[in-house]
Design a binder for this molecule. Structure first.
Ligand code: PHE
Length: 346
């Protein structure tokens, strides 16, 4: 063992003697001092095998040899004036190594379409507002010209909250439409007004591929002096063209909503077949995407806006419906399912 050690020392010193540059120096240092595969590390392993009585002596010799080699190396470095940056060596990071990339998530398809719409309306001078999902019966129905006895309530059955359970006196409902923010917006900001309100709505539905208890709408309200029905038509056409392209046409047909007069149901030429008729538009060439109308004077009054001075129109896009049309989704329930196999497709 001792002979082996001395041989190692002689070999090392000879090699150190022959070093001419920092690369060679580095190699030799590695060869002897590398923690895993260096010659000295190997030796220390061998020492473990030596019998108990000899081990202290051999250990001491080994230590001495290690110091001598180390000193010789140090000396050589000084003699040749080598510039070796050991920190850099130790901290070296291989930036070319393949690593697992960050997996970025993305916005929900409803949020994506919502942002797209918000951008269109912002470019037309609208502000974007929010409103409560748990809403008073007043803002969701009464203030919108839908008193308790009104049959229109039937079409929008929802989840009613007993005021006693929330320590209040007001009747609360999960809002059935973003129209609930119309009166709030007028009360808060007055006229003239340009506002859109995207948001989540709820209805007590028997769910199937087309009906869901939770869905999204985007409401809009424009109030000013001298606003006419034709302004509304032109406005809706512009929005449709911004959404689906220049050649998009709109078709408005009468529809009853208690909070507008007259009220319309707005359709656009199908963006898939451009009006020729296809599966998406059920061969009609038209897609129903919006409800709209001139704001009813009773609603203006509820919002403290004088109907003799101001008029306006309101519109409500079926945001969930727009998403389903855009991506050809055939079951509305997928959107609320939280199923990543579905969501990762967008
Ligand atoms: N709130 C109506 C609905 O849910 C849509 C609508 C909004 C209609 C604004 C007219 C004006 O069906």
């Amino acid at each position: 063992m001792e002979i082996k050690l001395k041989d190692l020392k002689e070999q090392a010193l000879k090699e150190i003697e022959n070093i001419r540059n920092s690369e060679e120096w580095q190699n030799i240092e590695n060869k002897y001092f590398s923690r895993k595969s260096g010659e000295l590390a190997k030796l220390l392993k061998d020492i473990k095998e030596v019998s108990d009585d000899l081990r202290p002596k051999i250990g001491a010799v080994a230590n001495e040899i290690k110091n001598e080699i180390s000193k010789a190396l140090e000396q050589k470095k000084q003699d040749l004036n080598l510039d070796i940056d050991e920190d850099l060596e130790r901290d070296f990071i291989d930036v070319t190594l393949e690593i697992e990339k960050y997996k970025l998530g993305h916005l929900h398809p409803v949020t994506q379409v919502q942002t797209e719409l918000e951008d269109i309306f912002k470019s037309m001078g609208f502000m974007v507002l929010d409103g409560p999902e748990l809403e008073s019966d007043y803002y969701n129905f009464e203030g919108l010209n839908i008193p308790t006895w009104h049959p229109a309530r039937d079409m929008q059955d929802t989840f009613y909250i007993d005021p006693k359970t929330v320590n209040g006196t007001e009747n609360l409902v999960m809002r059935t439409q973003t129209s609930s923010v119309q009166v709030r917006a007028m009360q808060k900001h007055g006229a003239p007004l340009r506002v859109v309100i995207p948001g989540r709505c709820f209805r007590n539905e028997a769910t199937d591929v087309r009906h869901e208890h939770t869905f999204y709408q985007l409401e809009g309200l424009m109030i000013d002096k001298n606003i006419s029905f034709t302004d509304m038509c032109g406005f809706l056409e512009t929005v449709a063209q911004k959404l689906y392209g220049e050649d998009t046409k709109i078709r408005l047909r009468p529809k009853y909503y208690p909070f507008v007069e007259p009220g319309v149901n707005g359709e656009v030429t199908c963006f898939l077949c451009h009006g020729k008729g296809c599966k998406l538009c059920k061969n009609s060439g038209w897609l129903e995407i919006v409800g709209a109308g001139m704001v009813h004077p009773n609603v203006l009054k509820a919002g403290n806006v004088d109907p003799d001075k101001y008029q306006g129109f309101a519109f409500g896009f079926g945001l969930t419906r727009l998403v389903m049309l855009k991506y050809n989704i055939d079951d509305i329930r997928l959107l609320q399912s939280g199923d990543l196999r579905f969501l990762n497709q967008f």
